[in-house]
Design a binder for this molecule. Structure first.
Ligand code: DGJ
Length: 726
């Protein structure tokens, strides 16, 4: 038994068949029993040596009603044998057997996505099914990235009925824990929900065919006990289709979490030699609370998920036409907006919905991705050239998965949508969903969008999806050797494939993922999208809540946030609305033709301030110091800090101050206690203020925030560590 210290990396105790995945500040371990079951051994803080772990053995049977396999923490429990806890996989073999018996076979060390990876091969004891569990390790970010593949090594078809990505186990703990999830709907995405973790099963899911807004594919479980402050387990799925995360806690405080592609209406047929691979389930453990969890996921997204061709460039300040012109898009109108936008310092001008054939409202046009000849009699190029001449990039809106019945595409191919032949085709926003799993649909969409991008100097695409999938029929599936229910997975894979192919053909183009606001926000789409439209709700007060939730799992550089005319009948000043939008990838969405010169000047000021601090917002570490959910004087505060702690920016917001109370000092984080920091504010019009304080004072006593009693006051403070002799 090894008593050598366990260093970061993948470690192995050959004698007792135990593997340890050691990160900077956490450790995950599992081992093989003598019956060859793969059992979880530890997830939490780092242990010193393998000798701190006992070998993997099945627990004694408590009673005939609590079988050993149910009470044991299996790494990937299938439906089979005496298992009644959470299950990761269910299959049906060709002879009708629905019992899966997975046993450990071998392991392999390798690399996936640039990260060290341990692959554990499990095999069914009798049937020709191999299941590979992948464990990649992000040592610096304390994360484990798990996924699973199923290989049919026999001749007969095997049907997968559930194929989750992973199973995670928390150590049993009688001290209370709190479960945090994100729930929402259109205009109210990513609302933080917290409740005590008690015995029972929690399900968060989407069954819309997309990531959805009802829940975000993320969870956190933190210790609510004073003895273990800050201990937090968290995880998120990298998948933009139907998904489920199930969190099950027993009366004896054993918590198991599993999830992946939803098993609702799921079936995948695996013919001989075929392989099915699940999406990734990323999870981690930290001892310093939600901000520490945030930092880990944000860094992981930047380093290992986001398109690396664009991640080192600042996200440009964009203008989007939607709230200003809706479908009333035409060349002179957009040109006038572009001129005003350029004068503000905007770097990317995006024409939203309404530019293509027959698109005067939401009844027609989707599917016909050609410019409307009435609105753009000379094509799109004159507008694009003007935008480029004004020094901005040009972006355009599309909704590739959709078709209006009133379109050339639908008139030509009414069979290209999901449908059951004898059922009505339910329209939503007057549109139907194209079956992207079909090769001919893929081909059409690639050719059409590729031509759009090849024939125009387009730099940015906003990719929308405004309705869920319904009547999920695929009448031709059997002739194509597909099971119709595969369409849920094939749809998401089809979207990914289309995005990947378009990106490969047009490497300079960046993509914004959108789904009626923030219904497609996840790490899966972020492998091919540079940013996400977080919500159609642009009211700054609502945005504070939405953005706090979004920031729990996705970084600020990916969060589209606009300054618009939606300011509660102008009771919210532009300064507050600008500061809220500056917490993400800043955009402008108001009708600039109606803004006064004074308003234009003010917004130009905030854009120029954003450009001074965006490296911190987009690439620094984001910490929410005060949540909008807390009621301390309605104060919200967010700090973005450079990785070396030498520079930071702090945003503070007060919505209302009905009690006219004093503000508490704001205690900052992650600064160097021994450095002195200059602290500079950027008020519009008033004189800039500047003071200095030590990192220790800023963190221990806190910063005095000068906010008035006026509703919706806010401020930005920019901190720089001074040289020792300054
Ligand atoms: C929904 C998006 O969230 C909006 O920003 C806008 O693009 C509309 N769709 C256009 O139809």
């Amino acid at each position: 038994m090894s008593s050598l210290p366990l260093n970061p990396g993948i470690q192995y105790d050959a004698e007792r068949r135990i593997w340890a995945l050691v990160t900077e500040q956490s450790m995950y371990a599992f081992g093989v029993t003598e019956e060859n079951f793969l059992l979880h051994l530890h997830w939490g803080g780092r242990l010193h040596a393998f000798s701190d772990l006992s070998a993997a053995t099945l627990p004694p049977e408590r009673s005939s009603l609590d079988p050993a396999l149910t009470s044991s923490a299996e790494e990937y429990p299938p439906f089979g044998g005496l298992r009644y806890g959470e299950l990761a996989a269910m299959v049906t073999f060709a002879d009708g057997t629905r019992d899966l018996d997975l046993r450990f076979h071998t392991v392999e060390m390798g690399e996936r996505n640039g990260l060290p990876t341990l692959t554990v091969l499990l095999q069914d004891a009798i049937y020709p099914l191999e299941v590979r569990l992948y464990y990649s390790l992000d040592v610096d970010n304390d994360l484990i990235i798990r996924s699973t593949s199923f290989s049919n090594t026999g001749l007969d078809l095997i049907a997968l009925e559930r194929a989750f990505s992973a199973m995670w186990h928390l150590p049993c703990q009688f001290a209370p824990r709190t479960l945090t999830t994100l729930a929402g709907q259109w205009l109210s995405e990513d609302q933080i929900q917290q409740r005590p973790l008690v015995a029972g099963t929690e399900l968060i899911e989407s069954r819309t065919g997309s990531t959805g807004a009802i829940h975000a594919p993320w969870f956190a479980i933190s210790s609510s006990d004073h003895e273990y402050p800050g201990e937090t387990y968290f995880g998120t799925l990298a998948w933009s289709g139907n998904w489920a995360i199930r969190i099950r806690t027993t009366i004896f405080s054993a918590t198991a979490i599993t999830g992946g592609i939803h098993d609702h209406d799921f079936r995948w047929e695996l013919p001989a030699n075929a392989v099915f691979e699940t999406p990734e389930f990323v999870a981690g453990f930290v001892q310093k609370g939600m901000n520490a969890a945030r930092h880990r996921l944000h860094r992981y997204a930047r380093e290992h998920v986001l398109p690396q061709s664009h991640v080192h460039m600042p996200r440009p300040v964009l203008y989007n036409s939607w709230e200003a012109t809706s479908f009333d898009v035409n060349e002179p109108g957009q040109r006038a907006l572009a001129e005003r936008a350029a004068s503000l310092g905007v770097e990317l001008f995006v024409v939203d919905d309404g530019w293509f054939q027959g698109r005067n409202d939401d009844h027609a046009g989707l599917g016909d991705w050609f410019h409307d000849t009435h609105k753009f009699p000379n094509g799109l190029t004159p507008l694009i050239t003007s935008v480029h001449t004004l020094g901005m990039q040009f972006g355009i809106w599309i909704e590739p998965e959709m078709v209006n019945p009133d379109s050339e595409l639908y008139r030509t191919h009414p069979d290209w949508i999901y449908h059951f032949p004898r059922r009505p085709r339910s329209e939503s926003r007057n549109q139907l969903v194209l079956n992207i799993g079909r090769e001919d649909v893929q081909h059409y969409l690639f050719e059409t969008l590729n031509t759009l991008l090849a024939e125009h100097a387009i730099d940015f695409v906003k990719w929308d999806m405004n309705r869920p999938i319904a009547e999920p029929g695929w009448p031709e599936a059997q002739q194509k050797d597909h099971e119709a229910r595969e369409l849920w997975v094939r749809h998401t894979r089809g979207v990914y494939q289309l995005m990947d192919k378009l990106r490969a053909a047009h490497p300079h183009v960046s993509i914004e993922a959108c789904s009626g606001g923030g219904s497609r926000a996840d790490l899966g789409v972020l492998k091919r999208a540079d940013q996400i439209w977080a919500s159609d709700n642009t009211n700054p007060e609502a945005r504070l809540f939405i953005q706090e939730g979004f920031s729990l799992f996705l970084p600020a550089r990916t969060m589209g946030a606009w300054i618009t005319d939606n300011r509660s009948r102008n009771t919210i000043p532009f300064s507050f609305s600008s500061h809220v939008a500056m917490l993400g990838a800043l955009g402008i969405g108001g009708n600039l033709l109606h803004w006064t010169n004074e308003e234009m000047q003010e917004i130009a000021h905030w854009i120029s301030v954003y450009k001074k601090i965006r490296h911190l917002v987009q690439d620094g570490q984001q910490s929410w110091l005060l949540s909008p959910h807390t009621h301390q004087g309605n104060l919200t505060a967010v700090q973005f800090t450079a990785l070396d702690g030498k520079e930071a920016v702090v945003f503070a917001f007060r919505r209302q101050n009905v009690f006219q109370g004093h503000l508490p000092h704001l205690r900052l984080q992650q600064l160097d206690p021994t450095s002195r920091y200059s602290i500079r504010s950027y008020p519009y019009k008033d004189r800039e203020t500047s003071t200095t304080l030590s990192g220790a004072a800023l963190q221990q006593r806190g910063l005095e925030i000068a906010l008035t009693h006026t509703p919706y006051d806010s401020t930005i403070l920019h901190l720089h560590a001074l040289q020792r002799d300054e």
